[in-house]
Design a protein around this ligand. Structure first.
Ligand code: OSB
Ligand code: MG
Length: 382
């Protein structure tokens, strides 16, 4: 393909730098408070990190998989297996990212494992060239808007309190988790107190098509969107549900790559996309999704997986890309953690915006003493 081929991104022509060592590091960061969604309650962030080193240059990729398969089928342990035994052997210095992407397609699924390796390779490229990640993505430095995802609460009033705190901090939009039995009353209480804030709800697949009439009651609350009301594996039923709802549907779990997005938009199942780069196999595939969504007039925002400072920084860089048009799920570090792996922490400015961290690669600097304190396991792969 030629330089000017619109089907390619400059990132695809970057080449894999040589590297000396590869390590998998599992870390566990306690949450300040438990985070509950319809399918799980987490009290800590357990993450698999991939470390690549080349001389004194160290690059990182954070895997967005949880230790359990309650959000997606991949886990930290399945990702370690796929990375060690299938993906890393395909990573050859000198090949382009386009070639790496083709090689990875031979491995079916396992997008989170693929994204981990891709993220580490892209960070190594950026650090080797001494450029920030957003530059490799073809985007200018800019502040990105903030957004908060608030977990399931014990009562509508507890939720209203959480929302009030977030509004006070200046978050640009607020997402509340919902599930059967914790939905209409909860959203209604928030709307009563805050009639005008940009607000949305995320069900993580808790409902079925039989709940269509019930879900239509959410139309009364001017939500920006309802995220993933139906099964993690469904696209088609969302298209049926959308016909009986005024509120736009947003897909998260169901979208694993460009082909899923094309199908979902064509079917009318996805009017807004929650893009998690780790869920779709990495940054390059993310650029493809953003371009397709923009061409179809579908707004995109960057989701989050309550990442450590490594993945959080990657999500911030990604949001500099044109076509990511809505505030996402990028919160301050202090919402989740007392102690993170990196400096500086993510903070909101006076207007609720987030700065892209300065420096090469994803920018934030891993603090080795904290990493040691938070490490559960290390495995040298090379
Ligand atoms: O559904 O978007 C989700 C966290 C873990 C798993 C799934 C989801 C989430 C979030 C939190 O909503 C987003 C964040 O703060 O990173
Ligand atoms: Mg979601």
């Amino acid at each position: 393909m030629s330089e000017s081929d619109p089907a390619t991104f400059p990132l695809e022509r970057e080449t894999v730098p040589p590297f000396d060592h590869v390590d998998l590091v599992t870390v566990r960061l306690p949450f300040l408070k438990p985070f509950a969604i319809s399918t799980a309650v987490w009290t800590c962030k357990e993450a698999l990190l991939l470390r690549l080193s080349s001389g004194s240059t160290v690059a990182w990729g954070e895997c967005v998989a949880d230790p359990d398969p309650f959000y997606a089928s991949e886990t930290t342990v399945s990702a370690a297996h796929i990375i060690r035994d299938f993906l890393l052997p395909l990573v050859e210095p000198g090949i382009t990212l386009s070639e790496l992407d083709s090689r990875f397609r031979h491995v079916r699924g396992h997008q989170m494992a693929k994204a981990t390796v891709e993220n580490a390779v892209v960070d190594l490229i950026a650090r080797t060239k001494d450029v920030p990640l957003h530059e490799l993505l073809g985007a200018p430095r800019k502040k990105v808007p903030s957004g908060l995802s608030i977990g399931l609460q014990d009562s509508p009033s507890a939720l209203v309190e959480e929302v009030a705190e977030a509004v006070g901090r200046g978050y640009h939009r607020i997402k509340v988790k919902v599930k059967k039995g914790k939905d209409i009353d909860y959203v209604s209480a928030v709307r009563d107190r805050f009639p005008d804030i940009p607000l949305m709800a995320d069900a993580n697949g808790d409902y079925s098509l039989g709940d269509a009439e019930h879900l239509a009651r959410l139309d009364a609350f001017s939500l920006m969107m309802i995220e993933q009301p139906l099964s993690y594996s469904d696209i088609y039923e969302h298209s049926i549900l959308q016909k009986s709802l005024a509120t736009p549907l947003c897909l998260d779990e169901s979208i694993h790559g460009l082909a899923d997005l094309v199908a979902a938009i064509d079917l009318g199942a996805c009017r807004i996309l929650n893009l998690k780069q780790g869920r779709v196999g990495g940054l390059l595939e993310s650029l493809r999704l953003v371009r397709h969504a923009a061409a179809r007039g579908v707004p995109v925002w960057s989701g989050g997986m309550d990442e450590t400072g490594i993945g959080r920084a990657v999500n911030i860089h990604l949001q500099t890309v044109e076509g990511i048009t809505l505030p996402g799920d990028t919160s301050e570090t202090s919402h989740y953690f007392e102690k993170d792996l990196v400096e500086p922490a993510v903070v909101l400015d006076d207007e609720g915006f987030i700065e892209v961290p300065e420096g090469p690669g994803f920018g934030a600097r891993v603090q080795l003493d904290r990493l040691d304190d938070l490490t559960l396991k290390r495995e040298r792969l090379k």
